[in-house]
Design a binder for this molecule. Sequence first.
Ligand code: C5P
Length: 417
Amino acid sequence: MTKALGGLRGKFVVLGVSGGIAAYKGIELARLLQAAGAEVQVVLTEGALEFVQPLPFQVLTGRVPISKMFPIEGGAHAGDMPHISLTAKAALVVIAPAAANIIGKFAQGLGDDFLSTLLLSARGPVLVAPAMNTRMWENEAVRANVATLRTRGHIVMEPGSGRLARAEEGEGPGRMPEPAEILEDVLRLIGTPQDLAGLHLLVTAGPTRERWDAVRFLSNRSTGKMGYAVAAAAAARGARVTLVSGPAALPDPEGVETVRVESCEEMRAAVLKAWPGVQAAVMAAAVADYRPADPRNGKQKKGEGGLTLELERTPDILAELGEDKRGRILIGFAAETGELRENARAKLKRKKLNLIVANAVAGADDAMGADESRAILIGPEGEEELPRMAKGELAHRLLDRLAVLWQEKGDTSKTSA
Ligand code: C5P
């Protein structure tokens, strides 16, 4: 089950709980979804409120459960209609337990309370975990409603068999599937594969600032979007991530250990500290190549004439890591305004990288500060030219390559062991 941990990070799930003795198991399911990384909004029907209190759900999910259509509850702002806005951002709606009534309303398209109305705006398949008395589950109308939902592409789980709530009712199908089984279905439907579980990854991001007096510095246009996207995507895929970031106006990615630095020298110190403990690094920072040779303590006064600022080279952090790889995987970026492939290939070799991401930083394909990038992934064996895509998607494409490299390392260490 540890493989599943974090598999729902970044996913928003609506959990509808309807009336029935199994409603208490909805609390356990809310906990499991939350533990797997999901953000969970619970919706309780009037029937559910006869069996459970909203408070345990609120404590576990950090959100107040919604049960009434009116007055409007759970809206982020005035005019927000949660029965529409929640499904717009939900990766999945789960109904557990789903009693015969909500199954019937969903199949017939009725909306007379919050949960049924929300279901009318659900996008994609809804996961339904039925729970009811065996004779109700076997009722013709219920059978027809379940068949209708399945025909429409919804996933209606098979209820478990066993002793029902009232022992004298005997045994038969109708018991709600166990919360752990429901979680497995949720992971199958919307979970992110945990193919980087066990990997500790170091990521650098953003620009650096090289101080030349008390108020001035040299920097560049990098915003950190690419490196932050790599860090967030790697965490979602199960990696432990240390992000060393230059000044960027982005929030710390969730579940990522973020170290904020200013200058190349500070970034170098943080990277060298983390490097011995990681198995791979993705260096996406746009580190300054030059810094003022003689930074002042006070503010440089202006004079009549011009001013010549002497610059000196900064240390190349990536090249330094390349000299001390010891079996670790090293991925760099090349931001170029011309001769993209040639320059990137030369850097791949010179810095002893396993892979380099080459992207243009001029013209229509300028990657710096943009939400999208057109990149070429270049390795020793060849290159893969990718179309322009969102940086979040590019991050995943890059991590697909990292996952293969890491897998290969694992395989060789197994054969050499
Ligand atoms: O040589 P160039 O600066 O183009 O190489 C870019 C790659 O090297 C990027 O991955 C960048 O993060 C890294 N780099 C670094 N330290 C520097 C300069 C670049 O780690 N001082």
